[in-house]
Design a protein around this ligand. Structure first.
Ligand SMILES: *Cc1c(COP(=O)(O)O)cnc(C)c1O
Length: 236
């Protein structure tokens, strides 16, 4: 089995090659290593190899693991569905970015908690571009209005959009969904809403990150391509 170091090198090469192919200059893509289900030692190893951003999708798991890390990291990203009763615990971990604000309800709850603590928080709005019922995210048709409403919440700063593509073995099939996220971001950017800046497009996972880069992603969330397949049974 290849090591994390080897995987990381391969991934970085693939990112570079893709950026070159589509005429994008390097350096503007942030790689978030998705460390869910992996133990603290694995995360520390990734950090020692130069990974700077880590992502988790469950508050309880993050709360258990993040404080135990030995190596420093630049940013902790929350990428999972957020429930209101987990907000305060999440905020304790000082996420650099919450990728997964998927309803006005959770946005308002977050804003309330942040207000009590005198904090502001960078967030992305998660859009369910594929319209699959199994997936979180605001519907594409409702996203714009939700962002208008979030823009009135003083403690939240919308910094872009996130989507999960189609779970397909053919990466190309997910391209239209990435395109629709980018189009939405461009539309919203043109509206100059207060507190809203379309800086990040968080799209691209292990199976489709090259297509995502071709369609303008600058925030990749990669798990299995770095750490191997996840074992949901007996991790940590
Ligand atoms: C697990 C997860 C990822 C990483 O998935 P891989 O296919 O292993 O790269 C990315 N984004 C979200 C929201 C996830 O839950």
């Amino acid at each position: 089995m290849p090591s994390i170091a080897e995987n990381l090198e391969t991934v970085q090469e693939r990112i570079e090659r893709t950026l070159q192919r589509c005429g994008r200059t390097g350096g503007d893509v942030t790689l978030v290593a998705v460390t869910k289900t992996h133990p603290v030692e694995v995360i520390d190893e990734a950090l020692s190899l130069g990974i700077k951003h880590i992502g988790e999708n469950k508050v309880q798991e993050a709360l258990r693991k993040i404080p135990m890390l030995s190596n420093p990291y630049e940013g902790f990203h929350f990428i999972g569905h957020l429930q209101s009763n987990k907000i305060n615990n999440l905020l304790r971990l000082k996420p650099v970015l919450i990728h997964s604000v998927d309803s006005l309800h959770i946005a308002r709850e977050l804003n309330k908690s942040l207000g009590r603590k005198n904090l502001t928080q960078d967030i992305l709005v998660q859009v369910n571009t594929t319209a699959e019922a199994s997936k979180s995210g605001v519907d594409l048709n409702n996203a714009e209005e939700m962002i208008w409403q979030i823009s009135a919440l003083p403690c939240l700063r919308v910094r872009g959009l996130m989507t999960i593509g189609l779970m397909s073995l053919e990466a190309g099939k997910t391209r239209p969904y990435f395109v629709s996220l980018r189009n939405l971001a461009e539309k919203i950017a043109g509206q100059n809403l207060p507190g809203v800046e379309m800086r990040y497009l968080s799209m691209g996972m292990s199976d489709d990150f090259e297509v995502a880069l071709e369609e303008g992603s600058n925030l990749l969330r990669l798990g299995s391509v770095l750490f191997g397949k996840r074992n949901y049974g007996g991790a940590d």
